[in-house]
Design a protein around this ligand. Sequence first.
Ligand code: UT7
Length: 355
Amino acid sequence: MTKSKIGGIAYYVPERAVTNHDLEKVMDTSDEWIQERTGIVERRYGVKHKETTSTMGARAAEKAIERAGISKEEVDFIIFATLSPDYYFPGCGVLLQRELGITKTEIGALDVRNQCSGFIYGLSIADQFVKSGMYKNVLLVGAEMHSMGLDFSTQGRNVTVIFGDGAGAAVIQPTEEEGEGILTTKLHSDGTYAEKLAFINPGSHGGYHFDKMGEEVDFGFSDAEFGEIFMNQHMVENGQIYPNMEGQHVFKMAVQKFPQVIMEALGAVGMATTDIDMLIPHQANLRISKFVQKVLKLQDDQVWNNIQKFGNTTAASVPIALCEAVEAGAVKKGDLVCLAAFGSGFTWGSALIRW
Ligand code: UT7
């Protein structure tokens, strides 16, 4: 039976490294706090007015296409995962297509809005397309330019210090080789706590939303302040146009869901944690990765972490980390690689790949 595999993988991060000490200059934070709570030492920021989420994605994609041994014109579908798109609409998929100069082929482009687990959702979609025979070369990109949409005042410090910019790309292709390829993917979501990690404005909500328990979600506005509009001055003046996060709530969910979804994937193919050669967790927080490692009883050289130098790059973090591990020779042919992510939505997922 035809399976799909990652035929080429690459990443791109902007040159400019922003250290914790750099952030200390603009907000009330400290290198000590950031390292202790997150593991992050520095992150990259793209060049304003020169780089965007889709152009960074394109740089990674060009390399992934080359490594997959195909030409740009042979890509027959694009999937682009991001939470920090160039525009509210259209999505980054078509912008990437234009940036790559492959508009003549008029291939489809799909945008995935699943935040930290966007790459794994995209991988699962690509896997189905390739296995079914519909497409042969699916270009999957996860990219973020967080630095353009963060609150650099002390009010935004719990979110801002975590995120970094970057892009990862992979070409998903068919394989007939025994044992090789994507073995399974598992996807989940639960919208009960959608606003616990969210970028709410601008949006069509107009102050309206109820959670699963029937409780009205508190946006911190009065009806008068909201008006009827999509975005108003109050939101701008009060910093309500930035991402917000209840960090501890997200943390507690993440440490439950990561091991659960990894065990689910292993169970589906009759394997155990002892079969994993390399775990590539979404780089949310080094403490989360260490916790998951401990629960799964993995050694340090079985878990890839690079949040220290890139921060949390959301949809880009899994492909960047996977590519780095492959380039470092830490993932070799025949290895069992496990990808896992959890984030805003909440959405989470895992994938098992025989490399
Ligand atoms: O990738 C998407 C999914 N996201 C995640 O998985 C993130 C999960 N959550 C986390 O990683 C952690 O919750 C954070 C790193 C965001 C925060 O760490 P924490 O240990 O949960 O801190 P906290 O939010 O409970 O805040 C503790 C204290 C507070 O001060 P008080 O109220 O105790 O005086 C915060 O105001 O730390 C303060 N604080 C900071 N201090 C210095 C929050 N952010 C900062 C900061 N610098 N950047």
